[in-house]
Ligand binder design. Structure first.
Ligand SMILES: [Zn+2]
Length: 268
């Protein structure tokens, strides 16, 4: 059985830190919950520590409304990385633990930007998995064209399993909601006729589905890129989920995938 994991990064839309554009997409949480309930898929949520601290009621609403499993998506989603990683991680774990009453098992780095020393720190801190590596290329952010497409234990870790984001096997285009939206129907048609990875870890954000005033604050060309096909984003997502079902994919969580593959990949 092939496995697909829908993942959601729960964070402040475009990281504008002022009152006017603060987590505006949370206003669409109800619509998101309805869509996921309708599609009847579990969602693996990676939540930013600060988002959990500031919007505990919305996080609880999401947990109640859908079949969700929660993990950590850093403490502050600081893209400058001007922090001590271990301290940032500790703060994130504290925020998570205060809300959920347990430590997170999984971690996802902002923008998939993770380094070997950080993987080692996650391993040491007892995380079961990291789900940050895009096995593709993004100028100036990462070049992981030779990274595996399926789960593995990174060199820097002993038992931590890395669960990479889905990408097309040869062309290495990320299979995520932002790419479905950016490239639209031709890309969905391409995915429908090309081999897909197993497991398929699909990334999404609320801001990939719903337009808010935050979009207007983006500079070009980002604004153009992020607004492309935004009005049909949920349709593209629904179509792709149905397609995966037709291809025989079973929808599951990242934790279950890690439990399945652990005996195979640890100690390899
Ligand atoms: Zn993020």
């Amino acid at each position: 059985m092939k496995r697909a994991c829908i993942t959601l990064d729960l964070e402040n839309d475009w990281y504008f830190e002022d009152g006017e554009c603060d987590h505006l997409t949370l206003a669409h949480l109800g619509e998101y919950v309805d869509m996921i309930a309708d599609l009847d898929v579990p969602v693996t949520v990676f939540a930013v520590g600060r988002t959990i601290e500031r919007f505990p009621d919305r996080v609880a609403e999401l947990a109640r409304g859908i079949d969700a499993e929660f993990h950590l998506h850093s403490y502050g989603h600081d893209l400058s990385k001007s922090y001590d990683f271990r301290r940032e991680l500790r703060r994130g774990v504290e925020a998570f633990e205060d809300h959920f009453g347990r430590r997170p098992d999984g971690y996802r780095a902002p923008q998939g930007n993770i380094e070997p020393s950080e993987l080692a720190a996650l391993d040491e801190a007892g995380f079961a998995f990291d789900a940050s590596v895009f096995p593709s290329y993004r100028p100036g952010v990462y070049n992981n064209l030779d990274a595996p497409l399926s789960p593995y234990v990174p060199e820097a870790a002993e038992t931590l399993v890395e669960v990479p984001f889905a990408a097309t096997p040869w062309t290495r285009v990320p299979i995520s909601q932002s790419y479905l939206k950016l490239l639209g129907r031709p890309f969905v048609r391409y995915l429908e006729s090309t081999p897909l990875p197993d497991p398929l870890v699909f990334d999404s954000h609320l801001q990939d589905f719903y337009r808010t005033a935050s979009h207007d604050r983006l500079d070009q060309p980002l604004k153009f890129l992020h607004e492309r096909n935004l009005d049909r984003s949920t349709d593209l997502f629904r179509r792709f989920v149905s397609h995966l079902r037709e291809r025989g994919y079973e929808f599951t969580t990242v934790s279950s995938v890690v439990d399945d593959v652990r005996p195979e990949v640890v100690g390899r």
